[in-house]
Design a protein around this ligand. Sequence first.
Ligand code: C2E
Ligand code: CA
Ligand code: CA
Ligand code: CA
Length: 278
Amino acid sequence: NEKEARSSFCFYNEDINKQIKDSLLLESDIRNALEKKEFFLTYQPKLNMATAEIEGVEALIRWQHPEHGIVSPINFIPAAEASGLILPLSEWVLDEACRQAKLWHTQGYKITTAVNISAGHFNNGKLLEDIDKTLKKYNLPAECLEIEITENMMMQNMDVIIPMLKALKARKVCISIDDFGTGYSSFAYLKSLPVDTLKIDRSFIKDLHHHKDDIHIVQAITNMAHKMGLKVVAEGVEEQEHCQQLCSIGCDVVQGYYISRPEKADNIQGLLDVAYIS
Ligand code: C2E
Ligand code: CA
Ligand code: CA
Ligand code: CA
């Protein structure tokens, strides 16, 4: 028994050591990758169902790793958050997204470019300064920039976040609550938040055509959001049936593989053009 306890202790210990080693490795890797410019942004279009136009895109980061190929953000954002490297990384994302947004703006596309803001960037107080600096650097109208904050982030730091959101709103930056429905926000709080859009989490969308409950949830969120003057975006829309359901529910905007996978800017130009002609 004692032997068992010891061996499981050892196993536990090794496991932790490996985790620490991995995260340290990753940390120096991320630092390196920033210097070597191995990160790039992909953009996923958001389709407005009423106008049949692409009204915006979401910037999603990728890592072109020399050995591992293209690495998903779910494999390095948490490590970046834990290590403080999230700040330079997040600043790079903001800069690169605004640079591209300015190009689209100059070409005449009326779209917003959304950036995912991590807790680390929000909480350190530099976000506002960074946004002001970057909008100015590219001479980009604030209305062209959108920020996505997860419902959980929003609820965990209401005291810090509400004044920040108000300041962003005053600049006309668009604000979305991401992954809506997975956290614990009460509708009463939502009323006091200066947000424009709710993005309903993919978990409610993916089985929409098989699960009556999901339809009811999405319907309820949509009705409530509309009563509060908020726009509703459904994320993770993979099938035509999803689009039809969401359309009859009254959801405003759809985003997902059915419309387009996240792609490099050049590869979604066609979709933006189609939207423009129609
Ligand atoms: P998210 O903000 O909820 O982004 C949506 C994720 O769903 C993206 O994964 C996107 O590629 C994926 N997706 C879009 N449509 C579909 C679909 O139809 N089906 C399925 N199965 N998936 C779909 P991705 O790009 O791997 O990003 C994962 C998460 O990493 C994001 O979740 C976001 O939280 C974070 N992330 C991505 N880019 C950034 C960034 O630049 N900064 C920060 N802080 N976080 C980021
Ligand atoms: Ca997002
Ligand atoms: Ca999301
Ligand atoms: Ca999600």
